[in-house]
Design a protein around this ligand. Sequence first.
Ligand SMILES: [Mn+2]
Length: 316
Amino acid sequence: MGFGDGMSGRRIQVLGIPMDLGQDRRGVDMGPSAIRYARLQDVLEGLGHTVSDLGNVGVPIPEMVEAGDEENGGMPHLHSIRKVCETAASVARDVVAAGAFPIFLGGDHSVSIGTVSGVASAGRTGVVWVDAHADFNTPETSPSGNIHGMPLATLTGRGHPDLVGVGGEGASVLPEDVVMIGLRSVDREERRLLTEAGVTAYTMKEVDAYGVAGVIERAVEHLSHLDRVHLSFDLDVMDPDIAPGVGTPVRGGLTYREAHLLMELASETGKITSLDMVEVNPILDVRNGTAALAVELVASLMGQRILELPRPTNSR
Ligand SMILES: [Mn+2]
């Protein structure tokens, strides 16, 4: 794969999913607005892409819906989240069927139950899950019952049947087609589930030991049998010093340069076919810096390079 190949002149469709029902902190529903305000569309068009914005999926606000812990088996807002995810999955299916590259703006990470189920309808799809947390809880293992801690388990077929069934019955992705990067906060039971499932995880320890380039090299090798890979990027993977606008910050995350390198190397694989940018919470942010960072990282994935020239060679 040549320098910068694979990510030029794309037809991009943006979908906002302003969902804050998957966790307790208000504000993450404003993530799509904050990312748009940080000029997502202009930046992508500046890179030579054609961009259309599909607007937002309608999401009820918490004041309108009962948390309904009892009837939902201890999972607040289960029914509303399922409905929103079904809609997101259906839009995602249409976008990939039309040959466009979807960018999904969260919302909390429960939105990925919909987005990934939808894009996976186009054929076997790998997932790179970039996150401080594993998001691999099930209703049985989750300490909080918050659904934003369950999407990856759900997508591999583990969890509440109403959520596993989003976008079609059964698992949307295979555990062996999943690579997680940036983990540093995993619940005890969740760790056991992850190990049993056989998901590949590069924690911050591996990022420290091999560097981002070494981790991406291993991830590419691991997913080499796939042509389609969805990248799900939770802004809480970043160090909270640079990305304070997230609901569940954890110290010791990716640096600014590490995150850009990750996106640039992911771009160069030519295999990324869809993207989530989730968990931006403007209420907790400082001057929209986390949303601005999200836009910069999308740009790095979609072909922005420090130099636009061909890579220098040693031929002369
Ligand atoms: Mn997450």
